[in-house]
Design a protein around this ligand. Structure first.
Ligand SMILES: Cc1cc2nc3c(=O)[nH]c(=O)nc-3n(C[C@H](O)[C@H](O)[C@H](O)COP(=O)(O)OP(=O)(O)OC[C@H]3O[C@@H](n4cnc5c(N)ncnc54)[C@H](O)[C@@H]3O)c2cc1C
Length: 419
């Protein structure tokens, strides 16, 4: 396997042209943060991390703008560059280590039922397809755009992305422990009343940590440095990691450890949006996440709780639940429906398959769609009925990549390809 570092769109075009000539397959990689083998290359890996320039924001009207960025830019760097110009992305995931192209290609999302995932913020993009041709694709291109914005790396290599941005804003964040039953019995209110609502249920307990982030006109009031270190670095990473390590060595202790999970109770602060949305996550884990129709959220969480109890599983990682608006992108996990995202995790080195398969069976029964960058066991036969635009997407893929230049084993499985 050869590793090519692309510093320009010309480098990408050259690599693609050489690969076509030599009969080799190509795969783009951003920061390699996916849990699936989606970015695994057999022949040529194109590393986009040096394709990382951020342009100036172009103002559209009083309340919005657009910025064009190169395809490999890290979301963390984009956040800083936008903040310097007084702008921000409207919504983000819970980390910002990803590249913009990796994030949109896997339908990466945050939380907030009135907002879409990151691909929903895309206005246009440039990609080099499997014949070496370059396309500038805009929203007005209809189906081509709806395929390209969440393309799983299967249509071509994205060299730049045009994103809608909003004026920089401050988020007020409140994190509070609540009984899970109380969260679920008022779920619609929590979701509707907050710009960004999510919760983490702690298996083996009746408790959940809720997070409410809301826009505020007030100036930022960050957590004092020492408290921030205690909360975000020590409790959420160092102490939580220690609990996971003990749980891995002695799973029987997990239910007791869960009741003593490190928490400092209610935490309230405010800060620039990107500093609230994303935080450091140093504890290593594997993850599966399913998007179900929002109305099925409570049923999904209750079923996971019941399954863990009945199977006697020992789970040290909280179950994370988030929400987004619907969008119209063919392979977006929120295509055509408001969605609840239910994510399960296992600490690194802990057997995960039986837990993940049980969760997947529950989510499949509820019409769940797997996150493209996180672990799942589905193949084309199960995936096709979940996406109304599945065959339109595959038709566009065949047109842009007729030789299967970007196909790898992961894509072969999920698209049912035999070539
Ligand atoms: C700690 C952690 C936290 C996470 N938090 C969230 C979260 O809050 N919400 C969420 O939805 N997901 C989350 N994820 C998943 C993550 O956002 C996705 O896996 C994302 O794709 C990773 O971005 P990347 O740049 O590392 O992409 P990679 O893993 O490198 O690539 C992902 C896919 O994109 C393709 N690709 C990359 N660059 C290009 C390009 N230039 N052109 C065409 N295709 C390209 C690759 O070929 C591959 O198919 C998290 C993952 C981790 C490890």
């Amino acid at each position: 396997m050869s590793w090519k570092i692309a510093r320009s769109a010309d480098d990408v075009r050259e690599t693609v042209t050489e690969a076509i000539r030599d009969g080799r397959r190509v795969k783009a990689v951003g920061f390699g943060h996916s849990f699936t083998a989606t970015a695994v290359a057999k022949d040529v890996l194109v590393d986009l991390r040096r394709l990382d320039r951020v342009g100036r924001v172009e103002r559209i009207d009083e309340s919005s703008g657009e910025v064009e960025v190169e395809g490999g830019v890290a979301i963390a760097d984009l956040n800083e560059a936008l903040a310097l110009q007084g702008w921000a992305l409207a919504n983000l995931g819970d980390v910002a280590y990803q590249s913009i192209s990796g994030a949109i290609s896997t339908s990466t999302h945050g939380t907030g039922v009135r907002l879409t995932g990151i691909a929903g913020q895309v206005r246009g993009l440039s990609l080099i397809d499997g014949t070496g041709a370059e396309h500038r694709i805009q929203r007005s291109d209809g189906d081509l755009f709806r395929a390209a914005a969440v393309g799983l790396g299967s249509l071509g290599i994205i060299t730049s992305v045009r994103l809608g941005v909003v004026p920089a804003f401050v988020l007020s964040a409140v994190e509070t422990p609540m009984r899970l039953d109380a969260v679920l019995s008022n779920l619609d209110e929590h979701v509707a009343e907050n710009d960004h609502f999510e919760f983490f249920w702690i298996p083996h307990t009746g408790w959940a940590i809720t997070k409410r982030n809301n826009r505020t006109p007030d100036p930022a009031s960050p957590i004092p440095r020492l408290r921030e270190w205690w909360q975000k670095s020590f409790l959420e990473n160092t102490a939580f990691g220690a609990v996971c390590r003990v749980g891995r060595a002695a799973p029987g202790l997990i239910p007791r450890l869960a009741t003593a999970l490190p928490s400092s109770g209610r935490v309230a602060y405010s800060n620039a949006s990107h500093k609230v949305f994303a935080s450091a996550r140093r504890v290593r884990f594997v993850e599966m996440e399913y998007a179900v129709p929002r109305a099925a959220c409570t049923e999904a969480v209750v079923a996971v709780r019941k399954m863990i109890d009945e199977k006697g599983l020992r789970i040290s990682f909280p179950v994370e639940v988030r929400f987004t608006a619907a969008d119209d992108l063919f392979l977006s996990t929120a295509n055509g429906r408001e969605s609840a995202y239910i994510a399960v995790h296992m600490y690194k080195g802990t057997p995960f398959e039986s837990y993940f398969r049980e969760v997947e069976a529950i989510m499949r029964g509820l019409g769940g769609r797997p996150h493209w960058g996180k672990m799942h066991f589905m193949g084309a036969a199960e995936l096709e009925p979940l996406y109304p635009g599945w065959n339109s997407f595959l038709g566009i893929r065949r047109g842009l990549d007729p030789q299967g230049l970007f196909v790898n084993d992961y894509l072969r499985r999920i698209f049912g390809l035999t070539e």
